[in-house]
Design a protein around this ligand. Structure first.
Ligand code: M6R
Length: 610
C-alpha cells in the first residue's frame, strides 16, 4: 500500500519521480505528491486523486530540483485529501517525508509533539515522523532520522529529503513495507518496487528490515537502525521496462490474462521430468527424507492466493495423502495455531509483501514449523524470510486483480502435491507422469480458452446491469467459484458470492430468481452429475444459468441458458482453464460498466498493512 519514489543525482528529479509513481500506482491511488530540493529551497506539490491529477498540476507548476521524493497514497489514517496527501513537512517546511506503512503509536507521539509546540496540518499517522525528525535535528539529518526511528512503533518505509541536506536522500525500513535502491551513473534511485526503476537501471539493492540507507548521486551507505555499518552488493534484475507496459492491450488486466499460458509454462519448465517421473523443486530447501517425515501441511495466504491454497489442499491430499489445513493469513496469525517441526507451512503470495501473510509465516517459524513460500516476486520479503521458495515465474503483474499470478500459483501447488506424493511414496508414478504431461501441455489448452474472448464478452454484455451474481462449484471447483466471485466483485463492483454447490439448498437457493445469474462450474469429471443436478435445481426456480462446461457438452448446453466452453483436460488441471474463463467474464463486465479494471476503487495491489 502506498508507493514511494526518490531521486538524487544531476538530472531533473520530477522526470524520474512522475513516471516512477505511475508504475507504482497499483499500490494506491487516493492522492499523490512530490517534494523537490533546489538550492536551499524545498518545494511541495500535492493533488487528491490519481497520478494524472498530479501531472496536470505539474504541467503548469513544475518545481525544479535534482533531489526529490514522490508518493502515491492508499489512505489508512485520514481521508483522501490534499492535506493528507504525502509528502508531509516539519514545522519549518525544511524537510519532507513520504511513508508507506502504519505508525502504531502515532497518537501518543502526536500528543507529545503538539505539547512541545509542533503544529500538525493533517490527520495522518505519517506527519509525526516529520516532526520527530525535526525534534532531533541537532547533529544532521541522518542522526535525526536514526534517533526518530527509535521512537516509532509499527511497520514503515520512509524516505526523507531536506533543504538543509542537499544531495542526500535518506530511507529507512522497518517491518513489511518494501524499498528498493537503484544504482545509476551519477544518480541513485529509490522506489517501493522494481518497476519504477526499469529503464533507468537494473542494478538494485533491497533495503532490508531494520535498515537505513543514505543515498547520494554517487554512493549508497547502509546502516542498521542501531547505527552499525552494513556491507552488501547490488544484484541485477532481468525484467525489462517493456514488460511493465501494456504492449497494445487496453488494460494491464487483459494483457496479463493473455500472458497466462507463458506464466504457467515458465512455472512448470525445468521442474517436471516426463520420463522420471520426477518433480524438481530444489528451491524448496527440503530433502525428500524431510518431506516424507511431515505429518501435516498448512497453507496460509490472502485473497486469490488463498483460493489457490484451497485448490492446493485438494491436490496435496489426493497426491500425497498428507492432511492439509488452509488458513486465511490474517486469521492464522491471531489464533494460536498448533504447529511443530513436522508441519510444513506454505505461504502463498504474488507480491511476497502482504503483511498478514508475512506475519503468518513468521508465526509459523516461531512455533518451529518449516516454512516455505510460493511467491512471484524475487527478493520480496516473504521470499527472503522463508526457509525455501518456489517462484511462480509469472513475470511482473501490474493489474490489481490477480490473474496470471493466480494460475501460476495453481501450477505451483500441483507441482508441490506431486513432489510430496513422490517423496512419501504414496502416489502412483503413472499418475505423476500423467499429470506432469498434462502440465506440460496445459499452456496450449489455456490458449484455447482465451480464444473464447468474444463469446465471453457477448455473455458479459447481457448481464452488465445485474446487481448480484452467484457462483457455484464442487470439489476442486469450489475455490474457483470463490475466485470467480472475487474477480467480479473487485473489478465490476457487482455483489457476487461463491458457494460450494452442495450448500445451495441450505440457504442461497432462496436468492434465486430471474435477476440473479448463476455461474455454474460444471466441466466433465467426478462432480459433473451432482453439479448437473444443481443446475436443474436453479432452472426449476426460474434461475438463469451461465455454465462453464466442457466444450461439446450438449447435455449441459440444453439445460443452461449460456455456456462458456473449456477444452477437455485432466480433472486436476481444470481449475486453471476455468480461472481464465471467469477472469475474462469479470473483465468484460467491469469494462462494460465503465470501471477502472486495472485500479479498482479502494484497492491496492500489495496490501502491506494489516
Ligand atoms: O500479493 P498477494 O498474493 O499476497 O495478495 C493477496 C491478495 O491481496 C490478492 O490476491 C487480492 O485478493 C487480489 N486483488 C485478488 O485479485
Amino acid at each position: 500500500m502506498c508507493g514511494i519514489v526518490g531521486y538524487v543525482g544531476h538530472g531533473d528529479a520530477v522526470s524520474f519521480i512522475l513516471p516512477g509513481l505511475r508504475r507504482l500506482e497499483y499500490r494506491g491511488y487516493d492522492s499523490a505528491g512530490i517534494a523537490t530540493v533546489s538550492g536551499m529551497s524545498l518545494d511541495v506539490r500535492k493533488a487528491t486523486g490519481k497520478i494524472a491529477d498530479l501531472e496536470a498540476l505539474l504541467a503548469s507548476d513544475r518545481p525544479p530540483g535534482t533531489l526529490g521524493v514522490g508518493h502515491t497514497r492508499w489512505a489508512t489514517h485520514g481521508r483522501p485529501s490534499d492535506a493528507n496527501a504525502h509528502p508531509h513537512l516539519d514545522c519549518q517546511g525544511q524537510l519532507a517525508i513520504v511513508h508507506n506503512g502504519i505508525i502504531d503509536n502515532y497518537r501518543e507521539l502526536r500528543k507529545a509533539l503538539a505539547a512541545e509546540g509542533h503544529r500538525f496540518r493533517s490527520q495522518t499517522d505519517t506527519e509525526v515522523i516529520a516532526h520527530l525528525i525535526e525534534r532531533y535535528q541537532t547533529n544532521g539529518l541522518e542522526a535525526a532520522v536514526l534517533r526518530a526511528a527509535r521512537d516509532l512503533r509499527g511497520a514503515y518505509a520512509v524516505a526523507c529529503v531536506a533543504s538543509t541536506a542537499p544531495n542526500t536522500l535518506i530511507a529507512i525500513r522497518r517491518g513489511s513495507s518494501p524499498l528498493v535502491i537503484g544504482f545509476g551513473r551519477g544518480e541513485t534511485f529509490l522506489a517501493s518496487d522494481i518497476p519504477a526503476l526499469l529503464g533507468h537501471t537494473r542494478e538494485i539493492l533491497v533495503l532490508e528490515e531494520g535498515e537505513l540507507a543514505v543515498l547520494t548521486p554517487d554512493s549508497v551507505t547502509l546502516r542498521t537502525l542501531d547505527g552499525l555499518p552494513i556491507r552488501r552488493q547490488p544484484s541485477t534484475v532481468l525484467w525489462d521496462g517493456e514488460a511493465a507496459e501494456k504492449s497494445g492491450y487496453p488494460h494491464f488486466m487483459l494483457k496479463e490474462i493473455f500472458e497466462q499460458p507463458e506464466a504457467v509454462r515458465n512455472t512448470v519448465r525445468e521442474r517436471v521430468d516426463l520420463e522420471g517421473p520426477e518433480i524438481q523443486i530444489p528451491e524448496l530447501g527440503l530433502k525428500d527424507r524431510e518431506l516424507a517425515g511431515l505429518n501435516r501441511l498448512c497453507f496460509v495466504a490472502c485473497g486469490s492466493s488463498w483460493h489457490a491454497a484451497l485448490v492446493g489442499k485438494y491436490l496435496v491430499e489426493a497426491f500425497a495423502r498428507l492432511p492439509v489445513e488452509v488458513d486465511i493469513a490474517s486469521e492464522f496469525r491471531y489464533r494460536r495455531p498448533v504447529l511443530d517441526s513436522r508441519v510444513l507451512t506454505v505461504a502463498i503470495s504474488q507480491s511476497g509483501e502482504t503483511a498478514d501473510t508475512l506475519a503468518a509465516l513468521r508465526e509459523a517459524r516461531d512455533q518451529g514449523s518449516r516454512a516455505v513460500a510460493i511467491c512471484n516476486v524475487v527478493g520480496s520479503s516473504l521470499a527472503r524470510e522463508a526457509d525455501g521458495v518456489v517462484y511462480t515465474r509469472a513475470g511482473i503483474e501490474i493489474g490489481v486483480a490477480s490473474t496470471k499470478a493466480f494460475t501460476a500459483q495453481l501450477a505451483a501447488v500441483t507441482l508441490l502435491g506431486l513432489k510430496l506424493g513422490l517423496a512419501r511414496s504414496l502416489v502412483d508414478p503413472a499418475l505423476v507422469r500423467q499429470v506432469a504431461k498434462g502440465l506440460w501441455e496445459l499452456p496450449d489448452l489455456m490458449s484455447v480458452v482465451l480464444q473464447q474472448r468474444d463469446t465471453i464478452r457477448g455473455i458479459a454484455e447481457r448481464f452488465v446491469e445485474r446487481d448480484h451474481f452467484l457462483y457455484l462449484g464442487r470439489g476442486l471447483h469450489y475455490p474457483l467459484a470463490l475466485e470467480g466471485a472475487l474477480k467480479l466483485k473487485e473489478i465490476s463492483y457487482i455483489h457476487a458470492e461463491g458457494y460450494p454447490a452442495g450448500e445451495m439448498k441450505h440457504g442461497p437457493i432462496a436468492l434465486i430468481d430471474q435477476r440473479m445469474p448463476v455461474v455454474a462450474i460444471v466441466p466433465r469429471g467426478s462432480t459433473y452429475e451432482k453439479m448437473t443436478s444443481n443446475v436443474e435445481e436453479v432452472k426449476a426456480r426460474d434461475g438463469v444459468v451461465i455454465a462453464v462446461a466442457t466444450e461439446g457438452d450438449e447435455a449441459i448446453a440444453a439445460k443452461a441458458d449460456l455456456v462458456i466452453p473449456v477444452p477437455p483436460s485432466l480433472e486436476w488441471l481444470q481449475p486453471v482453464l476455468i480461472a481464465e474463463a471467469l477472469q475474462l467474464l469479470a473483465y468484460y463486465v467491469g469494462v462494460l460498466r465503465g470501471c477502472d479494471v486495472d485500479q479498482p476503487r479502494n484497492l491496492a495491489k500489495s496490501v502491506t498493512v494489516e
